[in-house]
Ligand binder design. Structure first.
Ligand code: SF4
Length: 470
C-alpha cells in the first residue's frame, strides 16, 4: 500500500470500511497486485450496492469475506486482461476522474413525469431508511438536485417519514422543491385515509405530490372505490397525483393501468434484465400513451443472484475502462429509455449518493456492445433472477405460498446483505403459510417458471435461513 494514488482512492471511499481494508490487507500480507485487485473489489462492492439498501455491517461483512477468500488466479488474470490496467495508478485515475466529475455537478437532468407536466430529476432518493439519522444526507441530496423523495408509511416503522418531517421542520423552504412520494398498504378507503393523514402529520406537510398504493400485484386490486378515493383527496388538495408501486406481475399491472384512465404514476421493478422483453416494451408504451409517469426501481437486477461470475468480472472491467462501474452502467441502461422518468435508488450514505449522482450527470452513452454484454450476462444468470411473474408460479401451487415475496426476502438477504430486513419480511408471512413453505411440491411451478429457477430448493433455503422464533 505504498502508492499515494491508491491511498487517495481509499480516502475517497473513506471511513471505517477503508480502515478495515487497510488493516486486513496488512494482516494478510497481501501483495501489491492483490492490493490492487482487492481495491477494485472494494470499490466495486460499494458501487455494486448503488441501488440497494445496505448497512455498514453489510459492507464490512462483504469486505471481510473478500479479504479472507482465496482469489482465483483465473479471475484475477481475467480482470487484469479485460481492464488492461497494469498498475494501481491507472485504476486510481479512473476513480479520480469519477470523483472529480462528482464534485463538478452542474444540473441534475430532469424528465417530465407523465401527463402531469411536472419535471422530476432522473434520480430519486429511495427512503427505506431511518432518515431521522440522515438530515445531512437529505440536505445534500436536495443540493445535488435529487429532489424526488420516495418513502412509505411502513418504512422503518414510520421513521423514514418522521425523518423527512424533521427535515421539513428545519428547512421549511425546501418543501416546495421536493417531489414527495409516499405509499399505503391499506386495502380500504378508510385505511388509505388513515395512512394518508398519518403520513401528512409525520412529514409535517399539507400535501403529498404522488400517493401510491403499495405493492400491487394485480390491477383488480384498484377498483372504483379506489378511484373515487383518489379523486376526493385530489380535490381536497391532499394529494396531487395518484398511482401504485409493483414488484410482481409488472407487465400486466402496467397494461391494466393504461386502460383505467385515472392512474398518474407507477413505480415498478424495471432493469436491464426485464426492459427488453416484448411484453415489457408493450406495457411501457401503453403507459406512456396513457400519460402515466414511470419510475424504475430494483434497477441493479439483483435477484437471489450469483455474484462474482467470470462474465460479471469481464463486464466490470470493461466498464471501468470507460470510467464507470458495472453498477453505474446498469443505471445508465435504464436511463437510456427516455420513457422512464426517474430511477428510485436507495442511497443510505454520502458515498453512494455521490456515486449515483455522478452516474446521473455522466453523459457517456452505453455502446451497442455494452448493452449486448449486459443482455448476455442477464441470459447467463437467468436462473438466479426472479422476474416477479408470480401469477405463473403461485397459481401452480394454488396460491399456498407467496413465492415472489419469499424470493424478495432472499434477495434482501443474499444480494443486499440485509438479513434483518429479510427476516422481518419473511416472518411477516402468516405462520400457517410459513409452515408449508419447506414441504410443498414445487415441481409444476418449476416447470412453468420462465427463468427456470430451482423454486423448491430456494423456498427450503429461505425457510432454513430466515425463520426465527418470535
Ligand atoms: S419464481 Fe419464476 S415464475 Fe415465479 S415469479 Fe420468479 S421468475 Fe416468475
Amino acid at each position: 500500500m505504498q502508492s499515494g494514488k491508491v491511498c487517495d482512492l481509499i480516502r475517497f471511499h473513506r471511513g471505517t470500511f477503508a480502515g478495515n481494508l487497510k488493516v486486513n490487507m496488512k494482516s494478510k500480507g497481501t501483495t501489491l497486485s492483490e492490493c490492487f485487485y482487492l481495491t477494485y473489489q472494494f470499490v466495486s462492492i460499494n458501487f455494486n450496492y448503488l441501488t440497494s439498501p445496505i448497512t455498514p455491517r453489510a459492507i464490512n461483512g462483504f469486505g471481510e469475506y473478500t479479504m479472507s477468500k482465496k482469489i482465483s488466479n483465473l479471475t484475477r488474470r481475467n480482470f487484469l486482461k479485460v481492464t488492461g490496467l497494469t498498475g494501481v495508478g491507472a485504476i486510481a485515475t479512473q476513480f479520480d476522474q469519477l470523483a472529480r466529475a462528482s464534485e463538478e455537478f452542474q444540473t441534475m437532468p430532469t424528465r417530465v413525469f407523465g401527463n402531469s407536466g411536472i419535471k422530476v430529476p432522473i434520480l430519486s432518493f429511495g427512503g427505506s431508511l431511518n432518515t431521522s439519522m440522515s438530515p445531512l444526507l437529505l440536505k445534500q441530496a436536495a443540493r445535488w438536485g435529487v429532489t424526488y423523495w420516495d418513502t412509505a408509511n411502513s418504512y422503518m416503522g414510520g421513521n423514514s417519514e418522521r425523518g423527512i418531517g424533521k427535515y421539513f421542520t428545519k428547512f421549511p423552504e425546501d418543501r416546495k422543491k421536493i417531489f414527495l412520494v409516499t405509499k399505503s398498504h391499506a386495502w380500504t378507503r378508510r385505511g388509505m385515509t388513515r395512512d394518508l393523514n398519518n403520513s401528512l402529520a409525520r412529514m409535517k406537510t399539507d400535501y403529498i405530490d404522488l400517493f401510491f398504493v403499495h405493492s400491487v400485484s394485480d390491477i383488480s386490486e384498484l377498483d372504483e372505490d379506489t378511484r373515487v378515493w383518489a379523486e376526493k383527496r385530489k380535490s381536497e388538495g391532499k394529494i396531487r397525483l395518484f398511482g401504485f408501486s409493483t414488484h410482481s406481475n409488472m407487465t400486466s399491472c402496467l397494461l391494466g393501468a393504461s386502460k383505467l384512465g385515472w392512474i398518474d404514476g407507477i413505480m415498478m421493478t424495471y432493469n436491464y434484465r426485464l426492459m427488453h422483453t416484448d411484453t415489457m416494451k408493450r406495457a411501457v408504451d401503453a403507459c406512456i400513451k396513457a400519460g402515466i409517469g414511470l419510475t424504475a426501481m430494483k434497477t441493479q437486477g439483483g435477484g437471489q443472484v450469483k455474484t462474482n461470475t467470470e462474465t460479471e468480472f469481464e463486464l466490470a472491467g470493461r466498464f471501468i475502462k470507460k470510467g464507470y462501474t458495472d453498477a453505474q452502467a446498469k443505471l445508465k441502461a435504464v436511463w437510456e429509455n427516455p420513457d422512464i422518468a426517474s430511477i428510485c435508488s436507495e442511497m443510505p450514505n454520502m458515498t453512494i449518493l455521490k456515486a449515483n449522482v455522478a452516474a446521473a450527470m455522466n453523459k457517456t452513452k452505453l455502446s451497442t456492445r455494452d448493452l449486448n454484454l449486459l443482455n448476455q450476462y442477464a441470459k447467463e444468470t437467468h436462473s438466479d433472477y426472479c422476474a416477479g411473474c408470480t401469477e405463473i408460479c403461485e397459481s401452480a401451487v394454488n396460491g399456498q405460498v407467496p413465492i415472489g415475496d419469499v424470493m424478495r426476502c432472499l434477495m434482501y438477504y443474499r444480494s443486499y446483505g440485509d438479513r434483518s430486513l429479510a427476516m422481518a419480511l419473511f416472518n411477516d408471512i402468516p405462520e400457517k403459510v410459513r409452515a408449508t413453505i419447506a414441504s410443498l411440491d414445487y415441481s409444476l411451478a418449476e416447470k412453468r417458471c420462465p427463468q427456470k429457477m430451482e423454486i423448491g430448493k430456494l423456498m427450503r433455503d429461505a425457510f432454513k435461513e430466515l425463520s426465527q422464533k418470535r
